[in-house]
Design a protein around this ligand. Structure first.
Ligand code: SF4
Length: 350
């Protein structure tokens, strides 16, 4: 591959050393480049002020950087910020910054669209167009840091919970996690990273064995196969018995407590009987249940559960000794469900 076609943003320092040497520059410039891309957030070679001007000017045509560009930034009063970012090929992804008492988390997308077809999700409506590269995922974090830098803050946690199924883009995801953790880059502890999945069982086993103890968040949303099948087609390939087995293995291997995400849909999965079924399903191991109030998506028929019912559901799960919280709703005035901002833009442009 010609140097100008290389995916610079997805490269490790060692890979950059090799590529830089191949275009006739000293190897150490590769390590410097990695440091400046991710630790200093350089948006172009011009920003690398430790390099001579002639080198900076000559690098862009030889080893182009394909940074993400913000097309839209929406900020809510509570600090929640939603970004619509354009990729080099014109596709778009969403990234969301969320304020917490401990700092900011950033919700990163892993694919353009998604093929998992969950019936409650805006992102699935357009289907998957392509996987993101490791560099395109990293650049979402860099962009989040650029915005937070103006508020005197930086990203404290990364959640792979945006558009896409991260485990369906496995190799790029693992490279992203490695580079995110790299001592010359963001240096983010694996313990401050969450990977969310709809339940791709073989990939959960694989991730457990990677030696990267990230938090696994499983989108459960139903306590029985019959009900889950009506919400999530993935349950056909990987029913709950297999999914729970994989979660047990993940918890035992990594020492990390698995989180189960559970959308509260009025009259669908929010009864006390459903809560008892959920307890029976997960009571065997150390886990956490996160109840998520539903955000309306125009095309989907679901309605949010009344908050009183959400609290009763939570109480029952807690009373059986399982840690259970209700996700706080952030960014109400800008908050469409994940994927809606991109979809709206695509519709306008169609
Ligand atoms: S909920 Fe997640 S896995 Fe399911 S369709 Fe949406 S983005 Fe894909």
């Amino acid at each position: 591959m010609a140097a100008k076609d290389l995916d610079v943003l997805s490269m490790s320092p060692e890979e950059l050393e090799t590529s830089v040497a191949e275009i006739g520059e000293p190897r150490f410039r590769g390590r410097q480049l990695f440091e400046w891309l991710w630790q200093h957030g350089a948006t172009s070679y011009d920003d690398i002020t430790v390099w001579p001007k002639t080198l900076r000017a000559s690098m862009a045509p030889r080893l182009p950087l394909k940074r993400l560009v913000a097309e839209k930034v929406q900020q809510a009063q509570d600090g929640t910020t939603k970004l619509l970012l354009r990729l080099d090929d014109g596709n778009r992804v969403e990234t969301v910054l969320l304020p917490h008492p401990y700092g900011y988390s950033v919700c990163v997308s892993s694919q353009v669209g998604c093929n998992m077809g969950c019936h409650f999700c805006a992102s699935g409506i357009l289907g998957k167009r392509r996987n993101l590269t490791a560099g395109e995922m990293l650049d979402q974090v860099r962009y989040a840091n650029q915005i937070l830098g103006k508020r005197g803050q930086k990203v404290s946690r990364v959640d792979l919970m945006g558009i896409g199924e991260p485990l369906d883009n496995y190799d790029a995801m693992v490279k992203f996690l490695l580079l995110l953790h790299h001592p010359l880059g963001f240096q983010l502890s694996y313990r401050h990273v969450t990977v969310s999945t709809s339940g791709l069982v073989p990939a959960i086993y694989r991730l457990a064995d990677e030696g990267m103890p990230v938090t696994l968040a499983v989108s459960l949303h139903a306590p029985t196969d019959a009900l889950r099948l009506t919400l999530m087609p993935v349950n056909k390939a990987y029913p709950l018995s297999q999914l729970i087995g994989a979660c047990l293995y993940y918890g035992e291997t990594t020492g990390r407590r698995v989180t189960f995400e559970y959308l509260m849909l009025d009259g669908v999965n929010d009864s006390l009987e459903n809560a008892r079924e959920l307890v029976n399903l997960v009571h065997d191991f150390s886990c956490h249940v996160n109840l998520i109030p539903w955000n309306r998506v125009e095309e989907h028929p679901f309605k949010p559960s009344p908050m009183a019912r959400v609290r009763q559901f939570q109480q029952l799960v807690q009373d059986r000794g399982i840690s259970c919280t209700i996700r706080k709703e952030l960014g109400q005035e800008i908050d469409a469900a994940c994927g809606q901002l991109r979809r709206r833009e695509e519709e306008i442009l169609r």
